[in-house]
Design a binder for this molecule. Structure first.
Ligand code: GDP
Ligand code: MG
Length: 611
């Protein structure tokens, strides 16, 4: 175990994590340079194309190096380096959280052309909280616009990192990457076994546990049995495969174990390591990172953050487990209603492999059967939509993602998030002004050649167009990180959209009082644009707390029955004329009645697309 190093790479999105992982895999001989696609730990094709890591990916590397042992002898020593590449996007921050619970140290990567950004800081704090060893690294030094000195100063100012500890590399050209790899096993401690790990999570075993008379390190004996699940996926032949870090005890085939959170029992079918593809081994011992074939069928029962404990459930658990809940909800329909079952099947397939996805059936008069789906955030929603359209060839109508309000004692409660922004100083004014507009409360700010700002903001505001506007008021420089805070009471109610007096469910939503007027006007105006003129008048209204707060009308085509029929209607034939007018009125009435369900589907498409 003394030769094992477990570490992760953390960074803001795009700072080069997956590219650095490629180089490390090459140096350790796991893959050949040039013999693989770039960012090879990004297995998902959408993740590759968008250049973002959606799923974290673990890999086990071997590296031989000369080291000085405790008796000062120089030996060749083989190290096992378990690397977990983490997703950089904030929607998946819980995965980063759990990853950090599995390792003893991190490489903190900062793009020299960007400097530190919101997730650099957010992730670095997470690592600091867990007492992990941090190896600060400035990346992309090969680029002409790299500002290494400024980036260095930011690391010193914001995180208190000593200048001499900072590495400068190019993950692209490989410059200084091998040096960095050496630092990984020199600076990051070996994993600890047993209860000692809890008291000295980042300490060195030799110092904390003591040294035997012969000079060999005294390691704590495993007194218990626990492994943390940090990811999982579903394999149609073998069931759920859980990715684990063993903290105490040893896992092997045929062992009977239990999941702590739900008491589910299972017999281990196989254990192994990441090569990066799965490679079976006899056992997975304390300190190691690997996988467990569980034979369980439902990924939603094998949750990230849960602990595998012994059969009797006596073991201690790894703390920090929480069930992650969806943050935003959208309704999904197929443009061709006949495709509904295909949509459902497709989503069920994605559900098999996405422990954070939730959905249930809904029905809309205008759009037919559909599904209401819960997502971790806007990016998660976008990725799922894209997969549904691309991998399953579906054409979809998606309502804009909305947050969920809770009602307690007739009082609405809305979800709040804490947001963390980093911006160059010259945009601070703009950014603060923008935050005010989104009902955000200022909490604190800090200025050290860049400014960091913390606000509390309703989630509904953040998932509107906040991020786009943040980018535009800061010429693209400000970056954002956020986390769920709590539910807070708010004055809100359901806003209904009426077409000729009848509410249309598809357009109705809960809106906070402060936003009701503008939202009502916005929707009513948009609807006026997308609904074509009809033979009858269409009245579009927004109703809030029993009052009409916005209203538009679409005038009917004027088909003059009298002119059209002037040849048959004699000037004096008033009786017939009146009859015709009445008939026309009757006709309009009928059209109106069916009118409300006759909004063309394109209207919904156009309406939802603009959001
Ligand atoms: P991640 O989101 O942190 O995993 O970042 P990626 O590894 O996907 O890298 C983002 C982009 O930066 C890709 O286009 C990489 O090719 C590029 N990149 C990463 N490291 C370097 C580097 O050292 N130099 C240069 N010039 N480009 C780099
Ligand atoms: Mg990546």
């Amino acid at each position: 175990m003394t030769n094992i190093r477990n570490f992760a790479i953390i960074a803001h999105i795009d700072h080069g994590k997956s590219t650095l992982a490629d180089r490390l895999l090459e140096i350790t001989g796991l893959v050949k340079a040039g013999g693989h696609e770039d960012q090879m730990l990004d297995r998902n094709p959408i993740s590759r194309e968008r250049g973002i890591t959606i799923k974290l990916a673990p890999v086990r590397m071997r590296y031989t190096s000369k080291i000085q042992d405790l008796r000062s002898e120089i030996l060749d020593s083989e190290f096992i380096l378990n690397l977990i590449d983490t997703p950089g996007h904030v929607d998946f921050s819980y995965e980063v959280d759990r990853t950090l619970a599995c390792v003893e140290g991190v490489i903190l990567l900062v793009d020299a052309t960007q400097g530190i950004q919101a997730q650099t800081i957010a992730n670095a704090y997470k690592a600091l909280e867990k007492n992990l060893v941090i190896i600060p690294v400035i990346n992309k030094i090969d680029l002409p616009n790299a500002d290494v000195n400024k980036t260095k100063q930011q690391l010193i100012d914001f995180l208190g990192i000593p200048e001499k500890d900072i590495f400068e590399i190019s993950a692209k050209t490989g410059e200084n990457v091998e040096k960095l790899l050496k630092a990984v096993f020199e600076k990051i401690p070996a994993p600890l076994a047993g209860p000692v790990a809890r008291f000295f999570p980042s300490g060195f075993p030799r110092q904390n546990v003591g040294v035997h008379a012969d000079g060999s390190p005294e390691l704590a004996t495993p007194a218990n049995f626990r492994s943390l699940i940090f990811d999982s996926y579903y394999d149609s032949h073998r069931g759920v495969i859980a990715f684990v870090r063993v903290f105490e005890g040893s896992l092997k085939k045929s062992q009977k174990v239990q999941l702590h959170s739900n008491g589910l029992h299972f017999e281990i079918q196989e254990v192994g390591m990441f090569n990066p593809e799965l490679q079976a081994t006899e056992t997975l011992d304390s300190g190691q990172i690997g996988y467990v074939v569980t034979n369980l069928k439902d990924i939603h029962e094998v949750r990230v953050g849960d602990t595998i404990v012994d059969e009797k459930g006596r073991s201690q658990v790894v703390s920090g487990y929480k069930k992650i809940n969806p943050m935003v909800y959208a309704s999904i329909f197929t443009t061709d209603t006949a495709d509904y079952l295909n949509l459902k099947k497709a989503l069920e397939k994605l559900y098999l492999n996405d422990s954070s996805l939730e959905f249930n059936s809904i029905y809309s008069q205008a759009l037919g059967a559909g599904l209401r789906v819960g997502f971790l955030g806007l990016l998660h929603a976008d990725v799922i939509r894209e997969r549904l359209e691309r991998e399953f060839d579906l054409s979809l109508v998606l309502t804009p993602p909305q947050v969920e309000y809770k009602v307690e004692n007739n009082q609405f409660h809305e979800p709040y998030v804490k947001i963390f922004i980093i911006t160059p100083d010259q945009y601070v004014g703009n950014v603060m002004q923008l935050c005010e507009k989104y009902r955000a409360r200022f909490i604190t700010m800090d200025n050290k050649n860049q400014t960091s700002l913390i606000y509390e903001m309703p989630l509904s505001e953040m998932v509107s167009d906040f991020f786009d506007n943040l980018k535009s008021v800061s010429s693209g420089y400000a970056s954002l990180d956020w986390e769920f805070l709590r539910y807070e009471p708010v004055k809100a109610d359901k806003m209904e959209i009426l077409l000729n007096g009848d509410p249309v469910e598809e357009f109705s939503e809960v809106v906070v009082a402060e936003r009701a007027q503008e939202k009502g006007i916005e929707l009513v105006t948009k609807l006026k644009e997308v609904i074509h003129k009809q033979q009858y008048e269409v009245k579009i209204q927004a109703r809030y707390k029993g009052k009409i707060i916005a209203s538009e009308r679409i005038a009917p085509f004027r088909k003059d029955v009298l002119i059209k029929n002037s040849k048959v209607v004699g000037a004096g034939d008033f009786g017939r004329k009146r009859k015709l007018l009445e008939k026309q009125k009757e006709g309009k009435k009928k059209m109106k009645m069916i009118g409300k369900v006759e909004i063309p589907k394109e209207a919904f498409l156009k309406l939802f697309k603009k959001n």
